[in-house]
Design a protein around this ligand. Structure first.
Ligand code: TXA
Ligand code: MG
Length: 343
């Protein structure tokens, strides 16, 4: 156990204390607009190593470097194609991560040995203030133990990391609730979507970019298959009880799940359908993907504190922000998805 300082209502002085902790090689969990991050000095490989130890994160899963201003890019990436400036002008600060060829300043451990580094400029004032106070880029995976749902509240971070890191900063509930959109630029105006998030395919296309989806977003990676984003390989976001997504029209899905209800069975349901089940948690409204993104991880965590043997989830839409929700839910369910009529 180490002593974990807990900060709430942070002011400049406290941000400076946390910035100093980062500079001296310690880990600080902090809020961002997507999910909470577990931060370390991106240029200090010993500090970065602590992240992998504390989270029990597989060493082949690279980290995102967070910057407070696009001017910090030059130290991290080799060159920054002109077209991409249109993306960063439009979506930074915000929930967009770009994977680019890295400079030799970026330690190997950050990139898990890949020739690229992922970079994001978060919009949350505490995240931004912390990076400025530290004066260095901050690598930050989601501040959960590996495999658990990402943290969207201070309490989630305390649950996973208290006694393991130097400080945790409270910033209230995460605004978006799912992690950033990760893009691999393919040259010109072509982008490969490695992980869907708050910045949607439609938003990128409306800026005149062509987006191709990595196959690993919607289907499991086969053994030995090469992946563009190692994070896709690992079991993720999963509650302890096995989860099954039930696909189809809501009425059919409700009926199929009702037929399976017994002790220990819980349902992840849209709020409109909650009263129809004996044991259910809400993950937002059926027609509102934003509200689903916002509620998903908290609900997945809550199942672990319930006497729950099996979980059935209603199928979310894949439109817009829905794709990010669908992608996380698929992983939480280990890709177990069954049509209502075959449940
Ligand atoms: O919203 C977010 O992105 C949050 C907050 C804290 O900023 N961070 C986050 O980090 O979600 P993490 O480590 O949980 O997810 C990083 C993802 C992983 O899927 C990883 O494989 C991918 O980004 N990634 C990182 N560096 C990469 C690289 N060089 N090439 C391809 N994928 C990379
Ligand atoms: Mg994560």
């Amino acid at each position: 156990m180490i002593k974990t300082a807990l900060f709430s209502n942070v002011d400049t002085q406290q941000l400076n204390i946390c910035g100093e902790l980062i500079r001296s090689g310690e880990l600080v969990a902090f809020p961002t607009e997507t999910v909470y991050g577990l931060g370390a000095n991106a240029l200090d490989s010993m500090a970065v190593e602590k992240i992998f130890k504390v989270k029990n994160r597989p060493a082949d899963n690279p980290l995102i470097a967070h910057i407070s201003d696009p001017s910090m890019l030059s130290g991290l990436v080799k060159d920054f194609p002109k077209e991409l400036e249109e993306l960063t002008d439009r979506f930074w600060p915000g929930a967009l991560t770009l994977v680019l060829p890295r400079t030799e300043k970026v330690p190997d451990i950050v990139s898990a040995g890949l020739p690229t580094v992922a970079v994001r400029c978060p919009s949350h004032p505490i995240a931004n203030g912390l990076i400025r106070a530290a004066g260095v880029p901050i690598v930050a995976p989601s501040a959960n133990l590996s495999g658990r749902p990402s943290p969207t509240t201070f309490d989630h971070c305390v649950e996973d990391l208290f006694g393991k890191i130097a400080a945790i900063i409270d910033g209230g509930k995460s605004e978006i609730g799912v992690e950033s959109t990760v893009l691999l630029p393919l040259g010109g105006r072509r982008l490969k979507l490695l992980r869907p998030g708050g910045i949607t395919i439609e938003m990128l296309e409306s800026q005149g970019f062509q987006v191709e989806m990595d196959p690993a977003i919607l289907s499991p990676v086969k053994e030995g298959q090469k992946v563009s984003s190692p994070g896709m390989l690992h079991r993720h976001y999963a509650p302890k009880a096995p989860m099954t997504i039930v696909a189809g029209k809501a009425e059919a899905v409700v009926r199929a799940i009702q037929a399976k209800e017994e002790e220990g069975v819980w349902v992840l349901a849209f709020e409109e359908y909650l009263p129809l089940f004996k044991n259910a948690l809400s993950f937002g409204s059926e027609k509102d993907s934003k509200s689903q993104a916002n509620a998903l991880f908290d609900a997945l965590r809550k199942f672990d504190s319930l006497p729950c043997k099996a979980i059935f989830a209603m199928e979310p839409s894949q439109e817009g922000e829905g794709l990010a929700v669908y992608n996380r839910l698929l992983r939480a369910a280990s890709f177990q998805i069954i049509p209502a009529e075959r449940l």
